[in-house]
Each structure stands twice: as structure tokens, then as C-alpha cells.
Design a protein around this ligand. Structure first.
Ligand code: PEP
Ligand code: MG
Length: 754
């Protein structure tokens, strides 16, 4: 059964359209289960009926014509219950309905399984038998699996308009494929499918008797790949900020690293041919990242595999093929890589759609840096059928329209015009202060440290850096970075922003951010060894970092040190004593270092409830709303299954923020917001109402937040906050803020168009 199932799934995937896919399913299922009839019904909730979409066994001319009323018959019952119904004699069931038009004789055996996608029943897959027959468990699961396959194909056909001829009463604007919004903006263009150049998985193990020749070929392939990557990097140099080009450096570094090359060479020496040795090494490295919880790090596995495929392509002596890119290219792929993106001439790249990946994928990060709309994780995308088709993507809402009809194209052309207008209006914000209409100034800072946080807009327009995440410096190496390497990196940043303030956060690993060379396994990592808990258990790591920060600050004096994940006062006191020790030692060694301001991040509930005790002991506070939300709502911030209930605009988060600001005020300590909430146009007004002293955000949000702040008064913000605090869920808060922004003509900051 498993073998047959596998083959049918392959055939369905290879089908060129839904009609063919349905044909394969009804034919092959009827054969495999040896039943008299197999049919597929499509549910139309608006017309309240189930339409016969395909059949093997009933009259073929009934397809598209025969429909069953919504809540009648057994097909209706499967749909209502959204679970299978398996009856040995259906004619005895009270819901049995006899239909003449299909050429039915009274069938007794009946098995119907729902076709479900995203909690919604799309239709019903049915098998029937003239004789009495109870289908066994294997047959039920067989049908289940195929129904899941069909669900994807139906969703795709609906979005592409393929289903229109049969029936689909939904207006065209409601027919789209959904994914994760990964880079804002809307785009129209033609699809170019990015496909895998070489299939690494398909490479077999093979013994070689000429190791030296294999090694030479391998090294040559590595050199050619290095050359390709350098070429791509150079081509993109003008488009991307230095931090984003670091991706290519990281790939080149990986290629040049002893680990990747030497391990492959070692495998060749043991008798494996170059291609097989490469596959084994790449898999070993990629698996390390595959197992990580953090989405950002997990995405690195696809970078490594992509690198492997590129080397393989040269090993197979099959040079890159010339692709013709239309003027407005939408790059679409199963797993679009950053390097594939780099291959598209930038002036032709209009948008990016990937069936896998997330907004943390490198390609999404690059898309944001290049200001190209992107939608990632579009799981219903049938990539193979899209080449050359017209596509519209909505990067605000994560929507993809396949072969849109003119009403959709016209609507999006209008939205794109309005977007351009908004972009022009945003430019006007340059050089202005984020000052409310009643004269309250809200300083805006930048979050840096993850690739692409620093863009040209941020450098001149911000008051400094409110959060620099230092983890990247530790992640791109194969060991902890030494003091001098860190001094160099921090000094560059301090110099770039001097005399403006730069807040460096101490290492915040553990939880969702393990280091590849510092592995540990925990059953509950978010409640485990993370942030300053590791720093306290490994003072040598912490002290090295503090020393580097203080040394980097010599001559600039614009450093602030920030401690993440502090959950109790005793931790803070111990950390402060280590910081003092580092300073004393440096002074003893002859460095002219000063004690910089030291602050804590408030990102766990216990810190909220001890806010005055913490505030008393530090120079400033900064709220990490990403973690604070996850701990207050008990929702993993990285888990897609619960992503819908993770919402940092929940009234509970707002109440906690109010309490933090009140506690800090007792000791006149400033409070900043450095989580994602700080860069959210919907939240900025509420944060203003709460009375936070500054906001820190990624560069892309800076001008938007400035515009929002300049459109409201502090008293209006307080009024909105009072209403929000009385609400019970995040949706209400969002709706209220959406209309508040709409009223001020700022709707274009949160959705396409004005
Ligand atoms: C936060 O938790 O809000 C925060 C800013 O830190 P990170 O996202 O790096 O955990
Ligand atoms: Mg955090």
C-alpha cells in the first residue's frame, strides 16, 4: 500500500493541472482499493453545495453538473463533521440520499474523507461499493493521505483561477495563496523559477581508486565556486549595505574554512569519490543547523546546502545555464536561496516568493535590505507550474495572486501607485524630529547586530543604537571570539555613531540561540540556561566581552552596556560586580577606561514585578517585548503552531509596560522599548501614551514611526492607551489602532495603498 501511495503522490505532483491530478487520484484509488466508484466533491460554502469534480465509476458527464445540497446526504455529513465516515451499508443510514443523475445504483459500502486545508473543509473524497463493505484502517489512512495531497492542489487551483470554469463564486481579490509577509510592498511581474542546479541528495556513494585526481577536481570546483560568489558579491556591492554583503563573506569563509574543505578531502582520502565526500560533509554541517530551534539559525542549513549544490555543479562540469530574466522578474522557488536571488540583475528583480523559509531566512533579510517585496513559506505553491506566469505579490499581508485577472491587476496597480506616493511622503520625514503635535519629543534609536539592521537611512536619522545584538559575532565563528576581535568590531560601531550613544547588549545565547561550538541540549530551553545565566556560570566569557566593550569605548565614551534576561536582583548584583572587576583590572593594566552606564533588559515577568528594585540599581532600562510577550502569554515566539496567539499588542503586555514605566519613574530611570513593538506603527502611539522615553527599532521602521509620532498628540495617545488597557484581547487593540491611524491618513504604513 505504501509503495502505491508513494507512486500516486508522485503522479499527482507531476500533474500539469488540477484536472489531471484529480483524474490520477480517482483512477488510481479505485484501482488500489478495488472499489466500484471513487469521486471527489468540491464544497462551495456560498452556494451551499458539494459539486462533483471528478469520478471514476459514475457517469463521466455528471462531472461539474451534479451537486449535492450542503447539509444533506452522507457527503454533507463528512463535511459537517470534518471527519471520515465509514459505513458497510450506507443505505441504512438516515442521511443516505439516492441520486439518479450520477447513474447511481444503490451503493452500500461507503467511505468518505474530508479534504481539509487550514482548518477549512474544501471537499470530500469518496469511495463506494455496490456490495456491503467496511473499509479497513489501512484504506482509511490511504484516503486520508491522498486527501491531504488534494487539498494543496485545490488551494493552488483556486488561487490560480484554474477552478473558475468548474465553479468558484469568490471574487478574484479573495483568491490567493498565503504565506509569511517577509518584506513589505506590492509587486507585479513574471515568474522565473529558481530551481536546484544540482541534486546533492541524488549523489551516490562511490569508491575511488585515484584519490589525488579526485582531490584536485574537488579543489578546482571549490575555487570556481569561490569565483562565482565573489562575482555575485561584487555585482551587488552597490545595492547592499556592508552588513548584508557579509552573507557572501560568510559563504566564502565557509568555503575557505579548513573544516569544509579538509573534511571532504579527508573523506576522499578514505576512498570516497569527490561528489560523495562532498555530499557527506555538507549534510553533516547542515544537520547541525537543522536541529536548532532558532529559525534564523535553522535557515543557515539551506545556505550550506546551496553552497554544496554549487560546488557539485562544478564537479559535474555543468556550468551555470543562462537564464532570461523578464523586466519585472518575480523569483519563485521551492527554497529560494540568497545566492539565487543575487543572480537576478537587481534592476529586474520585482519580487520574491518561496514555498519554504520564513521572514528570518537570509533571502527575506536581503529582500528587506533591497526593498523588494517578498512572501516566504507559501506552502501551497506548485512551483513547477509557475514558470512564465503573471504574479502579484502582497508583501504586507503575505499574499500571492497567480495569473490575476484584470480586476486584481488594476486594484494592485492602484495600490502600488499609492505605495510609491507614501514612500515619497516618508522621505519628507528625513531630518525632522519625532515630535508630537503638542511638543513631546520621542528619541528614536536603531537596533543593530542582525544583518541589514544598519542601512543608510538609520545611520543619519537615528539618535544612536538602542540595542546592538552581539550574538552574530559569536555565531559566524567556529569558536568564541577573542578580546581583540571583539574590540575591533565594537569600536567600528562606536566610531560610526559617535558622539551618539551605542547600547551594546552582552551575549544573549541559549534558549533559541545556541552556538554551534557550544552545544547543550535542554528539554525546555526557553526556561533554561540562557542570557546572563550563562554569563554568570562562565565569567570568563562575560569578562572578555565586557573588557572588549570598555576598551573599544576609549576615546569615544558613547558606550552603554545592557544585560539581557535578568530575572532576579542577585543576578544583577553579581554581574555588576564582574563589570566593576573588569574595569579595575583594565585600569591596572594601564587602559584609560571609564565605567559606562549599565542597564538591564526587562523581558521576564519577575523583572516587571521587581522593577523598582532593579531600577534603583541601574542607569537605564530597556524592555525586550519579544521575550516579555512570550513569557507573559506563555507562547513560544518561534513556534508556527501557536504563532496566531503570540501578539505583543495584547493588553496584558501594555499593562506590564505601564507598570515598568511607573516603577522606573520612582528612581527617574529612563525606559526604552527595544523589542519589535518599538518599530510597530500601530503600537508607537500607545507607547507614547505609556510614557516611555525612547524607542529602538530596525532601520526600515524609523521614518514610519517618526511620521506616526508627528501625527498624534501625547494627550490623544493617553486617551487611546486608557481604552486599550480596558480591552480584553489583542485584536480589539489592533482594530482600535488601525482606525486611529486610518483617521490620520496613515493606513498606508500598515497595509498596501493609502
Ligand atoms: C526582545 O526579547 O524583545 C529583544 C529585544 O531581544 P531578542 O529579540 O534578541 O531576544
Ligand atoms: Mg530578548
Amino acid at each position: 500500500m505504501l509503495e502505491i501511495l508513494h507512486r500516486i503522490v508522485q503522479e499527482v505532483n507531476a500533474a500539469s493541472d488540477l484536472g489531471e491530478a484529480l483524474g490520477v487520484i480517482v483512477r488510481r484509488v479505485k484501482q488500489a482499493i478495488q472499489t466500484d466508484v471513487c469521486s471527489v466533491y468540491l464544497t462551495d460554502f456560498e452556494r451551499r453545495e458539494h459539486v462533483l469534480l471528478a469520478t471514476e465509476g459514475l457517469r463521466p458527464d455528471a462531472v461539474g453538473k451534479v451537486s449535492l445540497p450542503m447539509h444533506r446526504g452522507l457527503v454533507g455529513l463528512v463535511c459537517e463533521r470534518a471527519e471520515p465516515i465509514n459505513l458497510d451499508d450506507a443505505t441504512q443510514h438516515p442521511r443516505y440520499l439516492f441520486i439518479h443523475a450520477t447513474g447511481e445504483t444503490p451503493y452500500r459500502g461507503f467511505l468518505g474523507v474530508p479534504i481539509i486545508q487550514n482548518r477549512r473543509v474544501l471537499g470530500v473524497l469518496v469511495v463506494r461499493q455496490i456490495e456491503s463493505r467496511k473499509f479497513d484502517d489501512d484504506e482509511v489512512t490511504f484516503l486520508f493521505t491522498l486527501a491531504a495531497q488534494l487539498a494543496g492542489a485545490i488551494t493552488h487551483a483556486r488561487a490560480s483561477g484554474e477552478l473558475n470554469q468548474i465553479q468558484d463564486s469568490r471574487p478574484p481579490l479573495n483568491r490567493y495563496l498565503s504565506g509569511q509577509p517577509s518584506a513589505p510592498g506590492v509587486a507585479t511581474g513574471q515568474v522565473v523559477v529558481a530551481y536546484r542546479l544540482a541534486d546533492l541528495d541524488a549523489v551516490p556513494d562511490r569508491v575511488t581508486d585515484d584519490c589525488e585526481a579526485e582531490i584536485a577536481t574537488f579543489k578546482e570546483a571549490v575555487q570556481l565556486t569561490q569565483k562565482d560568489l565573489r562575482g555575485l558579491k561584487e555585482r551587488l556591492a552597490a545595492e547592499l549595505p556592508a552588513e548584508d554583503q557579509a552573507l557572501f563573506d560568510a559563504l566564502l569563509l565557509m568555503l575557505g574554512s579548513d573544516t569544509l574543505v579538509n573534511q571532504t578531502v579527508e573523506r576522499i582520502r578514505q576512498g570516497q569519490w569527490a561528489q560523495g565526500a562532498l555530499r557527506q560533509t555538507i549534510e553533516e554541517h547542515a544537520r547541525v543547523f537543522d536541529n536548532m530551534d532558532d529559525v534564523y539559525l535553522r535557515e543557515r542549513a539551506s545556505d550550506i546546502r546551496d553552497l554544496g549544490r554549487r560546488i557539485l555543479m562544478h564537479l559535474q562540469m555543468d556550468g551555470p545555464r543562462e537564464t532570461v530574466y523578464p523586466e519585472r522578474t518575480i523569483l519563485v522557488g521551492e527554497d529560494v536561496s540568497a545566492v539565487q536571488l543575487a543572480e537576478v540583475p537587481t534592476e529586474r528583480l520585482a519580487g520574491i516568493v518561496s514555498a519554504t523559509g520564513s521572514s528570518s531566512s537570509h533571502v527575506a533579510i536581503l529582500a528587506r535590505a533591497m526593498d523588494v517585496p517578498a512572501v516566504m513559506g507559501v506552502s501551497d505553491l506548485l512551483v513547477g507550474r509557475l514558470e512564465g506566469l503573471d504574479l502579484i505579490i502582497d508583501g504586507y499581508r503575505g499574499r500571492v495572486y497567480v495569473s490575476p485577472d484584470s480586476s486584481v491587476s488594476d486594484e494592485y496597480a492602484r495600490l502600488a501607485d499609492e505605495d510609491n506616493e507614501i514612500a515619497r511622503q516618508l522621505e519628507v520625514m528625513r531630518g525632522h524630529k519625532a515630535e508630537t503635535t503638542d511638543g513631546v519629543v520621542m528619541p528614536l534609536y536603531l537596533n543593530t547586530g542582525l544583518i541589514s539592521d544598519v542601512m543608510s537611512v538609520g545611520l543619519d536619522e537615528s539618535e544612536g543604537v538602542g540595542l546592538h545584538r552581539t550574538e552574530l559575532l559569536y555565531m559566524v565563528r567556529d569558536r568564541f571570539p577573542g578580546e581583540d576581535v571583539q574590540v575591533e568590531s565594537y569600536r567600528q560601531l562606536l566610531a560610526e555613531f559617535a558622539p551618539r550613544q551605542v547600547t551594546l547588549r552582552t551575549l544573549d545565547i541559549g534558549g533559541d540561540k545556541p552556538l554551534p561550538y557550544f552545544p547543550f541540549v535542554e528539554s525546555n530551553p526557553f526556561l533554561g540556561w540562557r542570557g546572563v545565566r550563562i554569563s554568570l556560570d562562565h565569567p570568563e566569557i562575560f569578562l572578555t566581552q565586557i573588557r572588549a566593550m570598555m576598551r573599544a569605548n576609549i576615546g569615544y565614551n558613547n558606550l552603554q552596556i545592557m544585560l539581557p534576561m535578568v530575572s532576579m536582583v542577585s543576578e544583577l548584583e553579581e554581574l555588576q560586580s564582574l563589570i566593576r572587576r573588569a574595569q579595575e583590572e583594565l585600569v591596572e593594566e594601564g587602559y584609560g577606561v571609564i565605567m559606562p552606564p549599565v542597564g538591564v533588559m526587562i523581558e521576564v515577568p519577575s523583572a516587571v514585578y521587581q522593577i523598582d528594585e532593579l531600577a534603583r540599581r541601574v542607569d537605564f532600562l530597556s524592555v525586550g517585548t519579544n521575550d516579555l510577550t512570550q513569557y507573559l502569554l506563555a507562547v513560544d515566539r518561534n513556534n508556527p503552531r501557536v504563532a496566531e496567539i503570540y501578539d505583543d499588542m495584547h493588553p496584558v503586555v501594555l499593562r506590564a509596560l505601564t507598570q515598568i514605566v511607573e516603577g522606573a519613574a520612582l528612581y527617574r530611570r529612563p525606559v526604552s522599548i527595544c523589542g519589535e513593538l518599538g518599530g510597530n506603527p500601530l503600537a508607537a502611539v500607545l507607547l507614547l501614551g505609556i510614557g516611555v522615553d525612547s524607542l529602538s527599532m530596525s532601520a526600515g521602521s524609523l521614518l514610519k514611526i517618526r511620521w506616526v509620532i508627528r501625527s498624534f498628540s501625547r494627550s490623544r495617545a493617553r486617551g487611546l492607551l486608557q481604552r486599550a488597557l480596558r480591552m480584553t484581547d489583542a485584536r480589539q487593540v489592533r482594530e482600535m489602532m488601525e482606525s486611529a491611524l486610518d483617521e490620520m491618513g496613515l493606513g498606508g504604513l500598515i497595509r498596501p495603498g493609502k
